[in-house]
Design a protein around this ligand. Structure first.
Ligand SMILES: Nc1ncnc2c1ncn2[C@@H]1O[C@H](COP(=O)(O)OP(=O)(O)OP(=O)(O)O)[C@@H](O)[C@H]1O
Length: 263
């Protein structure tokens, strides 16, 4: 298996502070990674590096076999799907859900073409259907609920048929039903052998969908643990990562975590 992402001794320094501190990490083709860590740990910074929008201060980064700094990022970016709140803010609110997904295929955020290829439209509708959004295809993006917006962003990221799919807190702000619905859908995607390699940032182990294989735990820019979920998602590592005693349990193919009571 070849690596879709390889970071060697990567640091990102701003105002004299290391937001990411000598991180070495690799993601092999087909793996599905979760990045866990407290607020401000550097999770989004890592995703921004993986999406080629942020260059490290030091260290080397290879994305999809291309070295950042030696590759034209405009050739690389169409191969990477990214769903996160930063993208949501750039999308026109008056555009329909279908147009919002379709424009991704043309590397744009806004609809300007008179018509799109029928095959693109069919593909967009198919992806929206897989995410439970087919009935809302003609709704304006700006009128969607948080959960519907999140699913539209994921559909948009998948539309380009990426080799690497990056999801930044896809379940943040969702209610219990919305979260569970999204976890089921992400689980179906993660278990699909032809789906791209995936990296998902989350704050909660409950949001880890079945089919995810690996975890990177990060705290204050440093790697606390990295490897298969079965061996690395332990109470010890999670407690170290979040700085308080936590107990993590696996029930079936899902995870839960809770703090120990104060004595
Ligand atoms: N351009 C910047 N200049 C200075 N500091 C920055 C910059 N961008 C991010 N930071 C800081 O870097 C740290 C890591 O930010 P990052 O967004 O990667 O954390 P995160 O783990 O994704 O956090 P959260 O869980 O709260 O979203 C934070 O302390 C943030 O304030």
């Amino acid at each position: 298996m070849s690596d879709v992402l390889e970071l060697v001794d990567v640091s990102v320094v701003r105002d004299g502070r290391a937001l990411v501190d000598q991180v070495s990490w690799s993601v092999a083709e087909g793996e599905r990674w979760v990045i866990l860590g407290p607020n401000g740990a550097g999770k989004t910074t890592l995703l921004n590096i993986a999406s080629s929008y942020l260059f490290p201060t030091s260290g080397t980064v290879q994305v999809l076999g291309e070295k950042l700094g030696s590759v034209d990022v405009f050739d690389l970016r169409p191969r990477i799907g990214m769903a996160g709140v930063a993208m949501a803010d750039k999308l026109p609110r008056r555009q329909t859900v279908l147009e919002t997904v379709l424009t991704a295929a043309y590397g744009m955020t806004a609809h300007w073409r008179e018509s799109y290829d029928t095959s693109d439209e069919e593909r967009a509708l198919f992806i929206l259907d897989r995410l439970g959004m087919a009935e809302l295809a003609q709704r304006r993006f700006g009128t969607l609920s948080e959960g519907e917006r999140k699913r539209t962003l994921i559909a948009r990221a998948i539309m380009i048929d990426p080799e690497l799919l990056l999801l930044d807190e896809p379940a943040a702000g969702l209610d219990l039903g919305g979260r569970e619905d999204l976890v089921r859908r992400l689980g179906r995607l993660a278990r699909d052998p032809i789906a791209p390699s995936m990296i998902m940032v989350t704050h909660h182990v409950e949001e880890i969908a079945p089919g995810f294989t690996h975890v990177l735990m990060i705290s204050q820019g440093k790697v606390v643990a990295a490897g298969p979920l079965e061996t690395e998602l332990t109470s010890r590592n999670l407690s170290h990562c979040f700085g308080l005693p936590l107990v993590v349990e696996q029930r079936g193919d899902r995870w839960t975590a809770q703090g120990l009571p104060l004595s």
